[in-house]
Design a protein around this ligand. Sequence first.
Ligand SMILES: Nc1ncnc2c1ncn2[C@@H]1O[C@H](COP(=O)(O)OP(=O)(O)OP(=O)(O)O)[C@@H](O)[C@H]1O
Length: 621
Amino acid sequence: MKPRADQQLRLHAEASGRVVDRALAQTLWRLDPATADAVVKGAELASLAVGLGHAALDLQRPQLLVDSFDELPQPTPWREALRASRWVATPEAHEAAPGAAPLVLEGDLLYLRRYREYERRLAAGLRRLAAQPPAAQDLTAHDLAALAPLFAALFPQAHEGDAQARAAALALTRSLLLITGGPGTGKTTTIARLLLLLIAQAVHAGREAPRIALAAPTGRAADRMAAALQRALLQLRGQAGIDAALLDAVPHEARTLHRLLGTIPGSPRFRHDAMQPLAHEVIVVDEASMVDLPLMCKLVEAVRDGARLILLGDADQLPSVEAGDVLAAIVDASGAGDALPDDAAPLLAPLLGAAPAEGHAATTAAPLHGHRIHLRRGYRQSQSLDLAPLADAARRGDAAQALALLQDGALSGVQYHADRFDLLAAATREALLAPWRELAAQANPAAALALADRARVLTALREGPQGAIQLNARIEEALAGAQREAYFHGRLLLVTENSYRHGLFNGDIGVCLRDAGGAIVAWFAAADGGVRGFHPAALPAHGGAFAMTVHKAQGSEYDTVWLQLPKQDARTLSRELVYTALTRARHAVHVCASDMIVRAALSRHAQRVSGLAWRLRQSAR
Ligand SMILES: Nc1ncnc2c1ncn2[C@@H]1O[C@H](COP(=O)(O)OP(=O)(O)OP(=O)(O)O)[C@@H](O)[C@H]1O
């Protein structure tokens, strides 16, 4: 076989060693030795792109994937070589790609066929939901008048332009609704109230209460969602004008999306799909920024005609680790979400008064226009942590402002450790380790698990001196000594794969404790609020959890966050990463970095190549 040394692309360090990418490319060449080099390189990079979280290779931006792209063709000849290849299909935007070609070219995007199909099907699914009114609900003025007293009790500020009220009212008229907002803007509060309205609406119409599913991408996020929703409902109990029966009809549990859709062992498919849709009439999904392209596609397809899908998320957070940035594309397609769409404003006037409608200035060309409400006002008050100005500067990529706030040291609960790249050095060592020493003094699993979220080191990288792996090892040594047992008393564990057999999921946190008989047991929270113990040797894939990447921390919160950025700039550093890390903190945040790294991180977006926004625009035509 002819050596293919010319194809040894210098791949981006994070992904080097991805044999799978090269294997696809080599297979094409083996099946047809006449395959052009440009096609072989395209295939390898399209596969690598998925590994790095993109939906496709952008021929105009190979630098997102490789450090050296001198050897790559220019976009125009590259596109032409791809178009001419038997391996590359070029279907119309709405057409399914033929099964025979492993690659699909659309514009400048080269996809693995499967990912192109996920995008096409997701766009079609979103369009289907956006186009239909919820079943059995030709909402009349009479219905709205009946709901008005409850609405006024739930949203006393409704007539003063309250965006939460607008979101809940709009939900009455939409099968697809996106509610976006930063931390503490009341997404969960709004959902609690919105669900009461939907239940009351059904009761008023003489129907059964709708079947409601609450779901999130990870077990941790689902647990947080359920707990926050219960707190929000509790606040309403006993309040005048709110019937306790309505509160009782809201489900107490939230599930992972995988659970909701029904995993089939050994299959990428789920039990529920377009042919066997979910029975629920209302499906609420929290932390939608974490949902990747394949999962969002399968979720949307499994929502039956006439049911409602409500997505909650913070579009400024890191996109999902797996191929995606789906939420960003949906946000892009649905407009700013700052006002009621023109078609809904008059209808909802009995609830909202003369709420501002978008009028002619609106970008009504957006295909999902009128399906998003953006919550801007932050309600969460913390005595100890004044995070909002810093999180906002990070979100906007305003490094000068972020550094001024950090250096000034005036934000309560925020500490900047300039040029600190070793958290275990004397200045920070004891403050860092103190909560975990307390953990080690626990004997009771539930009490230990309750302490597990006291503190976390969040990193940008897995590898290297400021990476999660080395930091974990060093923290573990500091806590339990160089001669420690692998599973020492008080060690925190992070599960890194889904295991339905164990009922343990990627992102679950456990704690190792020695029992009365001297045996070590790894304890995890159980769905019923109790705890479950496992022999450490029987656990699915896992690692240490004192330090973890920001990606792994998505959907979780900790009392104290130590954000450790690397000494050298790295492509994974972005404003979204910093924003996501900061907003995981409940009471205190320590930023360990240099001015240079903060500037570098905030100057970069977590860019993901995706054709979904484009596709949604095409399909609107
Ligand atoms: N309209 C409101 N009036 C007063 N307090 C509110 C209002 N909305 C939300 N809050 C309070 O603000 C806090 C955060 O609300 P909530 O948990 O609903 O926000 P969230 O956007 O879901 O947050 P997260 O980002 O953690 O998911 C809660 O304590 C809640 O009671």
